[in-house]
Design a protein around this ligand. Structure first.
Ligand SMILES: [Zn+2]
Length: 514
């Protein structure tokens, strides 16, 4: 088997997101990172109070104690730049699913760096996690800040302003999407020779549960023996299976799109046991010209719909359309084409690519921007009440532990990774929300970082709460790559569960397709 899409060290190591709860960004082209965090100690309160006093006309008067109380309740978020205060927001989540922003201010010397926007985003994420469904605020009618709120997603409650204590106020509100639980989908690409060992090892030593709930394979490019193993874990372990289309092989020139279409249709028609059926896609790469990308995007969406219409009717609700493209217009075209044809399961595959054969997905700033665009396209109509379904969204093959924490922000309901297998082969292990670490001490050809000692490994496990039968013996995890693989799969499962804990309902993970 070959992988459809893979992650790279660049993606892991260049990631700036989701570490230690802080999120940093390169704002305003300044090259300086703005950190948006809950204040860890109260030392910053004086700076917040000073900034609030500077804006007393706009914000009104607030005591120092009010900020201390909010900080203690976790309802104060600050933006810092080079450790100096760049802005703050104070808010309150009520019991009735409503949340209110009390004050938001940015430092005058830090304006135009997107600080206020970042602060609003941070509040939205926080109150979403706390179960809010509406975020509100009111702002004195004469302030120019009223131009900012619609730009970050607020709409006016009423065209008329409300009389305030001293002056008329404009009331704003924003609906908050419920959190979407996410599923780890284990990519079994590259597992041809490993699956048999992994199955035996899990059945000998694993729990009654399974190491992953869901897996993805490309059946047309998977040998029969491996497919039998996949069928086995589907039947015996209850692992749900995603059939990938083989778009990667079109991208690689191993098969033409025209050849793929009928072969895939035939295969799907004869194999109804999968949970999700990826529609054929024509993957653009970073090396394609603009017109080539346009063409591939149009072929993917238009032919995808034709394919969907020809699938057996009982499989159609399990079809997953792949969103391709490098621009907002491309993504919008794919999205509208699929949703207009009743395809409610979507996947995003257009990461930038690198490597000799454009085989490696990169989580670049552009990829991240595309995901932001996609999020707005997905949630916009839903939030405006124009549509009542929010499609599921699968992220294809970007999957290092360090990136995971940012996926819920992009409304992802699932992601797949072959990294748990591949990195184990290089002697590396994952630890929750940390980058991979090498444990074989250079014993394999492609290891990364300095080797991890047993003491450091178990300290990291204790910190992250990880424990599993496959890493109990350090010597074994150093020597046995199958043990490392299952350990890595379990780390992905644990991380996903941890992120889903933020979903108050504890809802069952949303489906990739069906
Ligand atoms: Zn382990």
């Amino acid at each position: 088997m070959t992988t459809r899409r893979t992650t790279t060290a660049t993606a892991e190591d260049a990631s700036q997101e989701g570490r230690g709860g802080a999120r940093t960004s390169r704002a305003g082209g300044s090259g300086l990172a703005v950190a948006v965090v809950k204040p860890a100690d109260l030392a910053i309160i004086d700076a917040i109070k000073a900034l609030a006093d500077q804006h007393r006309d706009e914000l009104g008067f607030h005591t120092r104690q009010a900020f201390i109380d909010s900080a203690r309740r976790g309802e104060l978020i600050v933006a810092t730049l080079r450790d100096a205060l760049a802005g703050f927001v104070r808010f309150h989540k009520r019991r009735d699913h409503a949340a209110t922003i009390y004050e938001i201010a940015t430092s005058p010397v830090r304006r135009r760096r997107g600080v206020a926007r970042r602060l609003v985003e941070a509040v939205v994420e926080e109150v979403r996690r706390l179960g809010a469904r509406t975020l509100r605020l009111s702002c004195p009618a004469e302030l120019s800040a009223n131009e900012f709120y619609p730009a970050v997603g607020f709409s006016r409650v009423s065209p008329r302003s409300r009389p305030g204590k001293q002056r008329p106020l404009i009331e704003w509100q924003m609906p908050i999407l419920p959190p979407r639980p996410m599923t780890f989908v284990a990519s079994l690409s590259n597992a041809a020779n490993d699956l048999r060992h992994l199955i035996r090892l899990w059945e000998d030593e694993g729990s009654d549960d399974r190491p992953f709930e869901r897996c993805i394979i490309t059946p047309l490019f998977t040998d029969g023996r491996s497919l039998q193993h996949v069928r086995y874990i589907h039947d015996r372990w209850g692992v749900r299976v995603v059939f990938d289309s083989g778009g990667f092989f079109v991208q690689q020139g191993k098969v033409t799109y025209d050849e793929l279409f009928p072969r895939l249709l035939d295969y799907y028609a004869h194999n109804d046991w999968a949970d999700s059926y990826v529609l054929p896609d024509f993957v653009p790469t970073s090396r394609n010209s603009a017109s080539e990308v346009d063409e591939r995007v149009h072929v993917t969406a238009a032919e995808g719909v034709k394919f969907h219409n020809r699938m057996p009717s009982d499989l159609r609700p399990r079809a997953l359309g792949v969103l391709q493209g490098h621009s907002a217009a491309h993504l919008k075209f794919c999205l509208e084409t699929y949703l207009g044809s009743g395809i409610p399961h979507l996947g995003f595959g257009s990461f930038d690519t690198g490597g000799i054969n454009a085989e490696i997905n990169l989580f670049t700033a552009q990829s991240s921007q595309r995901l932001e665009v996609l999020r707005e396209l997905l949630e916009g109509p839903y939030l405006r009440g124009e549509g009542d379904i929010l499609p599921s969204l699968h992220l294809f093959g970007v999957s290092s532990p360090a990136l995971l924490a940012s996926f819920p922000r992009f409304l992802a309901t699932s992601f797949d990774s072959s990294g748990w297998l591949r990195t184990a082969g290089y002697g590396n292990v994952y630890l929750p929300f940390l980058s991979r670490r090498n444990v074989t001490h250079g014993a394999s050809a492609l290891s990364c970082g300095t080797g991890l000692s047993a003491a450091a490994f178990y300290t990291a496990c204790a910190t992250s709460g990880h424990e599993c039968p496959f890493c109990r013996d350090f010597d074994r995890i150093r020597k046995d790559r199958y043990a490392r693989m299952l350990h890595n799969a379990l780390v992905f499962r644990e991380m996903t569960a941890r992120l889903n804990d933020a979903c108050p309902d504890g809802a069952a993970a949303a489906s990739v397709g069906g």
